[in-house]
Write a protein that binds this ligand. Structure first.
Ligand SMILES: [Zn+2]
Length: 340
């Protein structure tokens, strides 16, 4: 899922998002609640109508953003009181309030309100936090008033397998239509992240989607697909593209680099996206060096197309019982941090 924090995938129109192959995008509850406000979006007919995107939307719970506010928030069993990062005004998120906001936004898939513990955190802290998240999941499920929206529970528990197990099993008793895995990609090692997804793969139901929140690089996606993950969101392809770092089938390309000054080849010889069919590295580099908006747009179009094409290829490899071989081949070609 490309990330459309404020009801827009930065620099692209919904038509372009569709053209790069997106089936679903993500919006952020915290940001949309603050600006322009969920009531306005509801009045406009819901988030799809408001932003002119007809395909599915997922909204997060706001938990991750609120917890990131650090000094500006206070957690109680009732919910979280926090100060807006924009103007310092005070607000309160409870599981019920977050449900009310997401019901108003009208996304197809919505999230339970959770506490995302920081990393590192002691087992005691994570354990206490987990109790809160489970209580909030139950309260959110009761408050959820729109049967057209699929409400996912969020598995927390840090890097501790027994806590992850408790979290998953308790949520499964509540019977959600899908399960998110939160609290990863928050600073732990990749080994720990993969250890947890591999562990949860044995526990979570096979017939319901599993969504790993906020991950990651192309290889992170493939490694976690191998561990049974079905859904991802990450700002990486879009945010990096806007800064001139582009994902390609050979590795990461820093398009501003002088070596592309006179390079008239497309970004990625193997790519059929609009940017690669029509423009050269030299042209896109030129756009970046003179701060033209089209540079960011073309880089974003390519990077999203690349990510979505990779996922489609992974799906095909799974169907053909060929995933391991496929993953190893991609890993060899792109590496995790290889610069081309
Ligand atoms: Zn391309």
């Amino acid at each position: 899922m490309p990330v459309g924090t404020r009801a827009t995938v930065k620099t692209l129109s919904p038509k372009e998002i569709e053209e790069v192959g997106s089936e679903i995008i993500l919006g952020n509850t915290y940001h949309l609640y603050l600006r322009p406000g969920h009531e306005l979006i509801q009045k406009a007919g819901g988030i799809h109508q408001f932003m002119g995107w007809k395909k599915p939307v997922l909204t997060d719970s706001g938990g991750f953003q609120v917890m990131s506010l650090k000094g500006l928030r206070k957690i109680t069993p009732e919910g979280v009181r926090f100060q807006s990062h924009i103007d310092g005004s005070y607000h309160f998120f409870s599981p019920e309030k977050v449900m009310e906001i997401q019901n108003a936004l009208g996304a197809d898939i919505i999230m339970s309100f959770d506490e995302c513990p920081p990393y590192p955190a002691t087992k005691k802290y994570v354990s206490e936090s987990l109790k809160l998240t489970l209580d909030w999941a139950k309260r959110g499920k009761i408050a959820h008033q729109n049967s057209k929206q699929a409400l996912f529970g969020i598995v927390q528990g840090g890097v501790f397998e027994d806590l992850r197990q408790e979290s998953a099993e308790r949520l499964m008793e509540m019977d959600f239509p899908g399960y998110s895995i939160g609290g990863l990609a928050v600073g732990e090692s990749k080994e720990n992240m993969l250890k947890i997804t591999k562990f949860l793969n044995k526990i979570l139901p096979k017939n319901k989607p599993r969504y790993l929140m906020g991950v990651g690089t192309p290889l992170d996606l493939l490694n976690n697909i191998e561990n049974g993950i079905d859904m991802f969101d990450c700002v990486m392809p879009t945010r990096n593209a806007r800064k001139g770092t582009i994902f390609t089938s050979k590795g990461k390309m820093i398009i501003k680099s002088a070596r592309y000054k006179e390079d008239i080849a497309p970004i990625d010889e193997d790519c059929k996206c609009y940017a690669c069919r029509n423009f050269s590295r030299a042209y896109i580099r030129h756009l970046f060096s003179v701060d033209e908006i089209l540079g960011m747009r073309l880089a974003t179009i390519h990077s999203l197309h690349f990510y979505l094409k990779l996922i489609k290829a992974a799906r095909k490899a799974i169907i053909e019982s060929n995933f391991k071989k496929f993953k190893n081949k991609v890993a060899l070609e792109i590496g995790s941090e290889k610069i081309v």
